[in-house]
Design a protein around this ligand. Structure first.
Ligand SMILES: [Zn+2]
Length: 208
């Protein structure tokens, strides 16, 4: 913990909300569905322990990415650039221009096809949904925010660790006192990360 725990305080869901989760079709195979949903359950299981009170509720398929309040769309799109090891990223928007997301998209690169690696990647991206940053200096398996050894290779991390729960708990304790501005307005000091591997969530403008 301490230095070797993922930094928190970045993009996050508001406390005690239900996030409506949709999966963009036909981006994934039906057989992928349980692998995409398993990490949502893993994070739901710690909703009380983290003090977030945030739970994910799978609402079904969608034919277009959604921009509704507290909506999370899981979809495919180009992410992997052949250099960085991340093949997924979080895209988020805050109508209030603060760290609390109005909507979010988890974008999964087409190279990521291994079902177990899909589970691991979604578990990791959900960590970003709770304000955690990547922690490449953290001990292997101590956090779901570890770096992946390679894209499309499972890392056996299906959900948050005790360390992740503790960090998210700290994040929501802070959130109850103050809400930070949107992450792009913050100078992200994250010495443990290689810049090329950084998949710090980015903001995209709300489309018309
Ligand atoms: Zn990441």
């Amino acid at each position: 913990m301490g230095k070797n725990a993922p930094a928190f305080g970045f993009w996050t869901w508001g406390a005690n909300i239900t996030v409506k989760v949709y999966i963009l079709t036909p981006d994934f195979n039906n057989s992928d569905l349980p692998y995409l949903l398993t990490p949502l359950q893993s994070w739901n299981a710690v909703a009380e322990a983290t003090l977030s009170g945030v739970t994910f509720e799978y609402r079904g398929a969608t034919s277009a990415p959604l921009y509704c309040e507290n909506c999370l769309t899981i979809m495919r799109g180009p992410v992997f650039d052949g250099v960085k090891r991340h093949a997924t990223e979080l895209r988020a928007y805050s109508a209030r221009r603060d760290q609390i997301m109005t909507w979010a998209h988890i974008v999964v690169d087409p190279v990521l096809t291994n079902p177990k690696a899909l589970t691991n990647a979604i578990a990791h991206e959900l960590g970003h949904n709770f304000g955690l940053l990547d922690c490449y200096t953290c001990k292997q398996k101590s956090t779901v925010m570890n770096q992946f050894k390679a894209p499309n290779v499972p890392n056996d991390m299906e959900g948050p660790t005790a360390c992740d729960v503790a960090q998210v708990k700290s994040a929501y304790k802070e959130l109850s006192i103050r809400v930070r501005p949107s992450p792009q307005a913050i100078e992200v000091v994250d010495e443990g990360e290689e810049p090329v591997d950084d998949d710090t969530p980015v903001v995209i403008r709300k489309p018309f």
